[in-house]
Structures are given as C-alpha cells and as structure tokens.
Design a protein around this ligand. Structure first.
Ligand code: OFO
Length: 170
C-alpha cells in the first residue's frame, strides 16, 4: 500500500476511535443525568463509530499496509445540556467529514482508485450523520426549555434507528 495512503488512513482510524470515545463519554453523562433515551442513542452511535474504525483497520491490513492502533486522548466528560452535546457532536462530525474529504482528495492525487471507491461509503455516511445531528438540533431549538417537550424528545430519540442499512461488515 502506498505510504501516503497508509498514513492518512491511519489518521482516519484514530479519528473514528476518537469519535467512538467522545460519544461514549456523552452517553455516560446522559445516563448519569437520567436522560436514558439519549444515552441509548449515544451508546449506539459510539458502537457505530467503532465499526467505522474496524472497517478501516481491516482494509489497511488486507491491502498490505499496517494498521496503527492509536492511543486516544481523554474525551470531554462534562456537558451543560442536550443542546451542548449535539452542538459538539455536529461540530465533531463536520471535522470528520473534512478529514474524509482530504482522504478522498489524496486518493485521487495518488491515483489509488480502489481506496477512493472504498471511501465513498464514508462520504455517504458523513452526509447522513451531519443531517441527523442538524435535525436533532433543530428539534431541540423548537423545544427550548419545555420540560414535557424534552421528555418526549428523549423518548423519541431512543427509537431513532441509528444503525443504517448497509453498515460495514467488519
Ligand atoms: Fe465515523 O462517522 Fe461519525 O465520525
């Protein structure tokens, strides 16, 4: 595997692992705050990020590269509110989208069309994740501080299907 591609995919492995840990910290905060629907949603989202990381690890190794299993910085542990959590989540996803775009760009520069093809799943995934986070934030804006609204929001979030069809097999 081309070293430049290997390096940028290893950077992406770390980004996916970081996403998983951040969402795990958010889930744990929500669970401790008794916001259980949100906690379940975030636990599931954290698992999903781990599958993204694994998909990259397997791809790098199968293609003759060496996947680097990274150490992860301690994630933020305290959050002010649900709006704070989902604002951070959207910001984080936008950063990940930019990283994915950079991988795709380098694949084209290196004429690595099979990695480029592999990365298209991630491109589509980022679109969905950003849209979901924006949608959740819009709902939270509408609800404001209305306690009954927040109760229903939390209950509904639990039923949102967070694992998309076509998720990677790892
Ligand atoms: Fe891996 O999709 Fe979000 O970060």
């Amino acid at each position: 595997m081309n070293t430049r591609i290997e390096n940028i995919l290893n950077k992406q492995i770390k980004a996916e692992a970081t996403s998983s840990q951040l969402y795990l910290a958010m889930a744990s905060w929500a669970e401790n705050a008794g916001i259980n629907g949100t906690a379940n949603f975030l636990y599931q989202h954290s698992d999903e990020e781990r599958t993204h990381m694994l998909k990259l690890v397997r791809f790098v190794n199968e293609r003759g590269g060496k996947a680097d299993i990274p150490s992860i910085d301690i994630p933020q542990k305290e959050f002010e509110s649900l709006t704070h959590i989902f604002t951070l989540l959207l910001e984080h996803e936008i950063m990940v989208t930019n990283m994915i775009n950079e991988v795709v760009y380098i694949c084209l520069e290196e004429k690595d069309y099979s990695t480029h093809n592999f990365m298209q799943w991630f491109v589509a995934e980022q679109l969905e994740e950003e849209a979901l986070a924006r949608n959740i934030l819009d709902k939270l804006k509408m609800i404001g501080n209305d306690k009954a609204g927040l109760y229903l929001f939390d209950r509904d979030l639990e039923t949102i299907q967070n694992v998309k069809p076509g998720a990677p097999n790892v």
